[in-house]
Write a protein of this length. Structure first.
Length: 455
């Protein structure tokens, strides 16, 4: 089942009037004028558009109108854990902190973690997320996404084995897949098509061959994508060869995973030899520069990744404990800055970074027919930036891409629109209870820490 552009009454209508439209279409047009969204879909791009009665108007004169950011990899269920897993290598980070914390979630803590993370995503212009959720309490994450107004491709985390994994996170493969199927039936296409489902086995060594085989079978029967962590850390390949006697992609090839709609987080260790195993089959890759730096995983070579025709590369923040925020604009800036070191100044520019966060990120998720650019027929997912503010100011002759990537901050964000509905207005999330959001996450993390009893 492929995602469709929403057509239900969930979609709203809005006219964004008088802005500079950075369309991110194939021609990379930047045009002055209006953007009209009716019933959740873009119906006009240009000047002098006539909105139907009841359409809300946002005055964007002097402001920049951009497609909403597509965040290709995130863990909303970890949003409560910011700062609780510092200074650790990847496997210690998981075994000593992240897995015990995730195992201590309840429905309430998972919901408020999801709501907190969703709010932070929205407040930096993210309109779509690709979410690897929780083993338990995944329904709460879906509810938080629904309430926030985000667009999401999301699925429960699948795990049935692994050294140091708490018992609460280990599910028999059949039970894990049965719940994944049930959640798919409940949530795929919810909120007028704004929420769709994915299968999310955590990574190779946390899933048995039986679980991987079942994931492939379910992906094929339901037409679902597979989202997993792969080729993240320099020591990962060695551990997998020691355990399985075969490389990561060779293992996936044997099980049929590479013949599914596969999207991987990180891909830092992708090399030309891996492309030979892929044999031209498409692969979505989400680059997570902050997390890769914090966990010592390395810096991806985007020149190589983006040059391979079968690789579709986006960008994401990962989770709060390995970033430590979900500010997409900050992630885009870091991505561009790191490539000045990897490739040399001027070879990877701000326009390419914005593309990874919009149109190319949408392509990596298989959603480019729906989102990622401001074009008639696409979903009305838009963010509006005021780059005249002190922290984001630049001369008019400076490229809009450079001003956004190297000079702007999330404080310049005025509005975020998803499906034609205004979900962020001048620094406030309009869809969630601000007072509850300020109070409940703090209460839930204290109770969760008591349950987790960390060392």
């Amino acid at each position: 089942m492929s995602p469709m552009i929403p057509t239900s009454p969930m979609g709203g209508s809005v006219l964004i009037q008088g802005g500079t439209l950075v369309t991110m279409d194939a021609a990379r047009r930047i045009v002055p004028g209006d953007l009209l969204v009716v019933d959740g879909r873009i119906t006009g791009v240009g000047e002098g558009l006539a909105p139907p009665p009841g359409t809300r108007t946002l005055l964007a004169h002097g402001k920049v109108v951009l497609p909403g950011f597509v965040q290709g990899h995130v863990h909303l269920g970890q949003a409560l854990f910011r700062g609780l897993a510092e200074g650790l290598h990847l496997m210690d980070w998981l075994r000593r902190r992240i897995w015990p914390l995730e195992a201590a979630h309840t429905d309430a803590s998972a919901y408020w973690s999801g709501a907190l993370g969703a709010a932070e995503c929205l407040l930096s212009g993210t309109t779509t997320i690709h979410e690897i959720g929780l083993v338990r309490e995944m329904d709460a994450i879906y509810r938080a996404i629904a309430d926030s107004g985000l667009r999401a491709v999301a699925g429960k985390c699948l795990m049935d084995q692994g050294l140091g994994v708490p018992g609460a996170l280990l599910e028999p493969a059949a039970d894990a897949l049965a719940e994944a199927r049930a959640l798919h039936q409940s949530w795929h296409g919810a909120q007028g098509g704004r929420i769709t489902s994915a299968l999310c086995p955590r990574f190779i060594l946390s899933c048995s061959e039986s679980l991987w085989a079942g994931t492939v079978a379910l992906a094929r029967s339901e037409g679902l994508p597979i989202h997993t962590h792969l080729l993240e850390h320099p020591g990962e390949g060695r551990e997998i060869r020691e355990a399985l006697g075969i490389g990561e992609l060779e293992y996936f090839d044997r099980l049929g995973v590479l013949d599914c709609d596969l999207r991987i987080a990180h891909g830092v260790q992708l090399r030309p030899s891996h492309l030979e195993v892929l044999a031209g089959r498409p692969l979505g890759v989400c680059h997570c520069p902050s997390a890769n730096l914090k966990l010592g995983s390395g810096i991806a070579d985007l020149a190589f990744l983006r040059s391979a025709s079968n690789l579709k590369v986006g960008i994401g923040c990962d989770g709060a404990p390995c970033n430590n925020d979900m500010d997409m604009l900050e992630e885009v800036r870091l991505c561009a800055l790191l490539q000045q070191w990897v490739q040399g100044p001027g070879r990877f520019g701000a326009e390419q970074a914005i593309a990874m966060a919009t149109c190319e990120g949408a392509k990596a998720l298989g959603l480019d027919a729906m989102i990622g650019s401001l074009e008639v027929g696409k979903a009305g997912d838009v963010c509006v930036w005021d780059l005249r503010r002190p922290g984001s100011f630049g001369a008019q002759r400076v490229s809009i891409y450079d001003r956004l990537v190297f000079g702007a901050s999330k404080e310049a964000l005025d509005w975020v629109v998803v499906d034609g509905r205004v979900v962020v207005e001048r620094g406030q999330v309009a869809t969630l209870d601000a007072q509850a959001l300020a109070r409940r996450p703090g209460e839930e993390i204290e109770a969760l820490l008591a349950r987790a009893a960390l060392d």
